[in-house]
Ligand binder design. Structure first.
Ligand code: G6P
Ligand code: ZN
Length: 575
């Protein structure tokens, strides 16, 4: 059945109007909880925290107190993690009492973050509530999250999240529908169908399919859903549409605890994929995170850094991908800690290239203003203006589309991931890039590191100082130190202190930043980047990342005194 919204309904709407029974909602007394401040991507806490009496209800009511729920249509989706079914019921009860006209819900509360963004846009909903903590582990002892998205399909801007936070601090009651969903209409939709349709309208599926069929033996594919939400999307696209064998998709069953894993597609947590790609000579490996907005591309012997990935997509898009062939590439963007690889592409193609703070929401205004088509972040986020979230499966299909196209252009060699990377570096040069994460360190230590860097920045103490690497003999002279501040070119809003940058006179750079997504403790990230020009030749350009960065990393750790401040010798994750 098709509902009035045009959404594909799996069940008839629930309509329990009971005009004779009054009242249709009841008022429940509550008290504010501390700390319900939505972070970069919504409110993320341990499940146990959400399970406290009225905790989830308070936050949900505060969302409704910050928007205009009366008569609205809202989407509910998420990655299906533990505590999602209960929370859907809470949202339905509170939403209906607050006058929501219609909820569009992914079946079993499953809609990947990009799929939810698409559904909000496609059915012109007023917003959506996403139940996810992204790549954080799930289950009764791990994380849950609630995130609000607005009508453009993107994460709520700070004006909205600040309002939600204010409401949580003064809340004294919440309303619930006293019978099954009050007068609210509920459409349960197929989680996957709209999204597959969207990707079919963007990419050259016939070209990808014919490439995969003709290279079935030489070009094998493995997609890892990491037991997050993307398994069913991956199966629909890679197996059902593109005709790959079912074995090309692994960990494709969404599980409430992600099978006990950490559903974050990087070299550390997606090791199962990495090992299979290496041991079975798989040409094309890819993975996505719990809620489906992140991605990792990994070919035999070739890890693609997210910074390189978005640059390569930007480089090929207008030739290879129908969506951009038709609509053109309006502009490019990256987050500040992301490497400048995409900047080189923008420069060559004469495109504007924006550098925004970390957080996908900063791309939204530029997209809405028609100034941005393709963007990405070092944190394994890649996407475009087809929706207002980053999109893991989109990025994977973009790579397949580009490889299929590149191979059609050069039929006499097989161009895989590694070959594509090397061709790219030969033209643009290469920004070697790596990120060191120090997870769950003491907040005091992290603050002391930040404070010490700020002292250096304020008095310019590092400027002109020369630092040697003992192991490589390289030396780096500091040319600039600053705190990254951003003024949004569309609405003029200002975001301060978005990362501390140390630049060197050879163009290399180190950035220090505190993570905004952790659910407890502090996480320090150190981002290192060193540019090598194409003239240096293949031997220099195609080195291992850690080898290319060794000297700079040594210097970065030395300048910042990081090991002493954090009491850690080694990072917990290197990407
Ligand atoms: C989320 C956001 C990304 C952002 C990332 C930063 O995944 O959606 O846009 O890049 O958080 O995380 P961090 O832990 O570095 O603050
Ligand atoms: Zn995510």
């Amino acid at each position: 059945p098709v509902s009035a919204s045009g959404a594909r309904s799996l069940s008839h709407s629930v309509r329990c109007l009971a005009p004779t029974r009054q009242p249709r909602w009841q008022i429940n007394k509550t008290k504010p909880y501390d700390g319900q401040k939505p972070g970069t991507s919504g409110l993320r806490k341990r499940v146990k925290v959400f399970q406290q009496e009225h905790y989830t209800e308070n936050f949900v009511q505060s969302i409704f107190d910050s928007i205009e729920p009366k008569g609205s249509t809202l989407v509910i989706g998420g990655d299906g993690r533990f505590f999602s079914p209960e929370t859907v019921q809470t949202i339905l009860k509170i939403g209906s009492a607050n006058g929501v006209a219609k909820f569009i819900i992914g079946q079993n509360a499953i809609l990947s973050t990009p799929a939810a963004s698409n559904v909000i846009r496609k059915y012109k909903a007023d917003g959506g509530i996403l139940l996810t903590a992204s790549h954080n582990p799930g289950g009764p002892n791990n994380d849950f999250g609630i995130k609000y998205n607005v009508s453009n399909g993107g994460p709520a801007p700070e004006s909205v999240t600040n309002k939600i936070f204010e409401k949580t601090q003064t809340i004294s009651s919440y309303k619930t529908g006293s019978f099954t969903y009050g007068p609210t209409k509920v459409d349960i939709i197929d989680s996957v169908a709209d999204y597959v349709e969207l990707l079919e309208s963007i990419f050259d599926f016939p070209l990808i399919k014919s490439f995969l069929v003709t290279h079935a033996d030489s070009f094998t594919v493995l997609f890892d859903g990491m037991h997050g939400v993307t398994g069913p999307y991956g199966r629909a696209i890679f197996v059902d549409v593109l005709g790959l064998p079912p074995s090309s998709v692994q960990n494709a069953q969404p599980l409430p605890d992600f099978g006990g894993g950490h559903p974050d597609p990087n070299l550390t947590y997606a090791h199962e994929l990495v090992e299979r790609v290496e041991s079975q000579n798989i040409q094309f490996g890819a993975a996505s995170d719990g809620d489906g907005d992140r991605n990792m591309i990994y070919g035999k012997g070739a890890f693609v850094t997210p910074s390189d990935s978005v640059a390569i997509i930007a480089d090929w898009a207008a030739d290879a991908i129908p969506y951009f062939k038709k609509g053109g590439v309006k502009g490019l963007a990256r987050s500040m800690p992301t490497s400048a690889q995409i900047d080189y592409v923008a420069k060559k193609k004469g495109l504007e290239c924006h550098v925004v703070p970390t957080g996908w929401k900063f791309f939204g205004n530029l997209m809405d203003a028609g100034r941005l088509s393709i963007c990405g972040e070092e944190s394994f986020g890649t996407g475009s203006d087809h929706i207002r979230e980053k999109d893991g499966v989109w990025a994977v299909v973009a790579w397949l589309n580009i490889l299929a196209y590149a191979n059609k252009q050069s039929p006499n060699e097989l161009i895989g991931i590694k070959e594509l990377l090397h061709k790219h570096y030969a033209v643009y040069g290469r920004s070697f890039f790596s990120r060191y994460d120090y997870e769950e360190v003491s907040s005091t230590g992290a603050q002391a590191l930040v404070d010490a860097l700020n002292v250096h920045i304020n008095i310019g103490a590092l400027l002109g100082t020369k630092h040697h690497s003992k192991s490589t003999g390289q030396s780096f002279t500091v040319s600039e130190t600053y705190n990254f501040d951003y003024t949004d070119p569309i609405d003029g809003s200002v975001s301060k202190n978005q990362g501390q940058v140390v630049r060197f006179d050879d163009g290399s750079r180190v950035v220090f930043r505190l993570s905004g997504t952790g659910s407890h403790g502090a996480t320090v990230r150190m981002y290192v980047e060193r540019y090598v020009a194409p003239e240096k030749g293949a031997a220099e350009l195609n080195k291992e990342t850690q080898e290319g960065l060794k000297g700079l990393i040594e210097v970065a750790l030395d300048i910042s005194n990081l090991k002493e401040f954090l009491g850690r010798d080694e990072p917990t994750v290197i990407t």
